[in-house]
Design a protein around this ligand. Sequence first.
Ligand SMILES: *Cc1c(COP(=O)(O)O)cnc(C)c1O
Length: 378
Amino acid sequence: MKPKIWLSSPHMTGEEMKYINEAFSTNWVAPLGPNVDKFEKNLANYLSVKGGAALSSGTAAIHLALIVLGVKQGDEVICSSFTFAASANPIVYLGATPVFVDSEPETWNMDPVLLEEAIKDRTKSGKKPKAIIVVHLYGMPAKIIEIKAIASKYSVPLIEDAAEAIGSEYNNKKCGSFGDISILSFNGNKIITTSGGGALLSDNMEYVDHARFLSTQAADKAIHYQHSQIGYNYRMSNVLAGIGLGQLEVIGERVASRRKVFSRYFDTLSEIEGIKFNVEPDNNYKSNRWLTTIVIDSDLTDGTTREDIRLGLEKENIESRPLWKPLHIQPVFLSCPSYINDVSYNLFVNGLCLPSGSNLSDNDLNRVIECIFAMLKK
Ligand SMILES: *Cc1c(COP(=O)(O)O)cnc(C)c1O
């Protein structure tokens, strides 16, 4: 059996150990400490926002963002449908209802036209949405300027789920710096990782301070344990923040490597009939290319489908995955209101994520490309 090629595996530099050793030698092995403070500062600097709270996961960050924005039981929150379930789950933690909005075909992210329709329609039925969660899927920036304009036209706060998009930019401004609040994930499969972790960032320090307070059990300023609010245990540990500090030092290189992976696939495979890539719509868009994705039109491939290609890769010990199953067709969310145009459904049926790690060797990449060629180039 040839060695396994993973979709996206952690890529350490070794520099992380410097910060981890420091945490050990100073005994800062706790959910607070100098690495956490420094990681928060460096993240905020990187995104050019005022501040951030380092947390235990991206999901926790979305949960706290919703609480900070006042989302409560019975409220509605608009969310991209084409995303990972973690984008919407925290809405349900709060007893609120997700309202799903489908994608536009250019970036595959939230369609601004459908978004406006959804806001108007929900408001008419007496439920003005309490927040919007917009996702930059696979690192491709959403039509964030239009979406931000609609959010402010109707005064609905915007949460930017940039879990897959650290290092992506729109018009030279970083994804994660557009929303009223933004969130990042440092899960093991993301472009930089702390093995598990996330962050909430904002220009509004009241939001950041409130989230940080809630993430450490909402302890009042008192020497005894006193609580006036329900809190959470969501803070990032000082050891893991050390990994994050090392990873953040190389974010530029990681983005460059992932973009190179995309280019290599694009340059070799786009000549094959029936394969399409999600190209950046114009020069304002810069995707971090977290994952390279292809869409198969089986009418043009002599009937070879996305699933045939996935299974063919699997036989060669190469991991690939269908695109995210849209949330509006997930069994658990079927009863939620949704505003749909079938763009995400068709991408789900025909789309495939290819191995895209920044640590893929040329040899690995050639194996993937040759395998796809063998299936499609007749
Ligand atoms: C990974 C991911 C999350 C959740 O992040 P975790 O750190 O795994 O909790 C949220 N949204 C999107 C779009 C993601 O890809």
